[in-house]
Ligand binder design. Structure first.
Ligand SMILES: O=C(O)CCC(=O)C(=O)O
Ligand SMILES: [Fe+2]
Length: 318
């Protein structure tokens, strides 16, 4: 496909009002080739001028790219481009260890009680498998031990490959020196399905007020703690509407999560009320689901190794 960079001289334009009778197309399957989030292409389609709106998707993409590039700040343009190249380089060289992880296999991944609750898809069925030890914090059994083991081995295999090839590894966020972004080495499609089919049904009914029904994208990663890894994690809020955090294992001491109440951006540093204090000890395979603005951190993992799978679930599309 043609590569459109910053230098193009022709300015792309949009119609001022969306064309409401136009049915926008889905771009998810083109993810790897797109410069931006596929949802942005879908959202923009209705604003395309007459001479573009009915073209094929592949003909619309360069035009949409140009518009998105024109409207994104230069620092972000370069970053997106670089990150896309980085992902593509990894994916064309890294050999997965457990191929089965790369497509969704619900009965291999999830415990039966969780699958049953999801298939019933009611608030009552979700509540029946969950505890809410503190308001807005839900815990439940979610992943099969075999899935957790395979994911740990896959991450280890990826990190070994990184070391051997001296490839650069991008860490999951600004707070971690260890861990890996699962979306960067091929798990993006599986984790998007994970979010859409196995988190969003729950957040739709239990996290409605923070946009739980409209989650449309995710950031999927693992964090690794131990005396030879990250030790603890400072007090923070997540860049997510809803966060799923599942402990993959294995043996460790410490590493408890501490929660200190939900805050909006403006009041993020205000005092904690006694009833907002809640501490949680991780258990392998078990999930904790909370809204991203629920302030939290993780205490020191004092021995062994703790690896957790995190899916920051977001809403990108306006
Ligand atoms: O260490 C943990 O389990 C929490 C990680 C976390 O809060 C995060 O990565 O946002
Ligand atoms: Fe967090």
């Amino acid at each position: 496909m043609e590569e459109y960079n910053e230098g193009s001289s022709e300015e792309a334009t949009l119609r001022p009002e969306p064309c409401l009778e136009h049915k926008a197309e889905n771009y998810d399957d083109l993810e790897e080739e797109l410069e931006f989030d596929p949802l942005l292409y879908t959202s923009l389609e209705r604003y395309l001028p007459d001479n573009f709106i009915n073209l094929s998707r592949l003909d619309k993409v360069p035009y949409l790219n140009q518009i998105l590039l024109d409207y994104s700040p230069p620092s972000q343009r370069n970053h997106r481009h670089k990150h896309r190249e980085y992902r593509q380089k990894i994916m064309s060289n890294y050999q997965p260890l457990h191929k089965v992880l790369y497509t969704m296999h619900p009965t291999n991944f999830f415990v039966p009680s969780f699958l049953k609750a999801i298939s019933e898809n009611t608030e009552q069925s979700f509540r029946s498998i969950m505890s809410e030890p503190s308001p807005g914090i839900l815990t439940f059994q979610m992943l099969q031990p075999r899935f957790c083991d395979m994911m740990l081995e896959e991450v280890e295999n990826f990190e070994k490959w990184i070391r051997e090839t001296k490839f650069r590894i991008m860490r999951p966020n600004t707070m971690n020196k260890y861990g890996a972004v699962l979306d960067d080495f091929g798990l993006q499609t599986m984790l998007q399905e994970f979010m859409e089919d196995f988190i969003r049904p729950i957040s739709t009914v239990l996290f409605t007020e923070v946009g739980g029904s409209t989650l449309d994208s995710h950031h999927g990663f693992v964090v690794e703690y131990g005396t030879d890894r990250d030790v603890d994690l400072g007090f923070h809020v997540d860049d997510a509407e809803v966060t799923l955090n599942v402990c993959l294992g294995k043996q460790f001491d410490g590493g408890e999560l501490f929660f200190r109440g939900v805050r909006c951006e403006k009041h993020v540093n205000t005092e904690t009320q006694p009833e907002e204090i809640f501490d949680y000890s991780h258990v392998g395979g078990n999930a904790i689901l909370h809204c991203g603005r629920h302030r939290h951190g993780a205490r020191a993992t004092t021995s062994g190794r703790r690896t957790n799978l995190l899916i920051w679930c977001r809403r990108v599309q306006a």
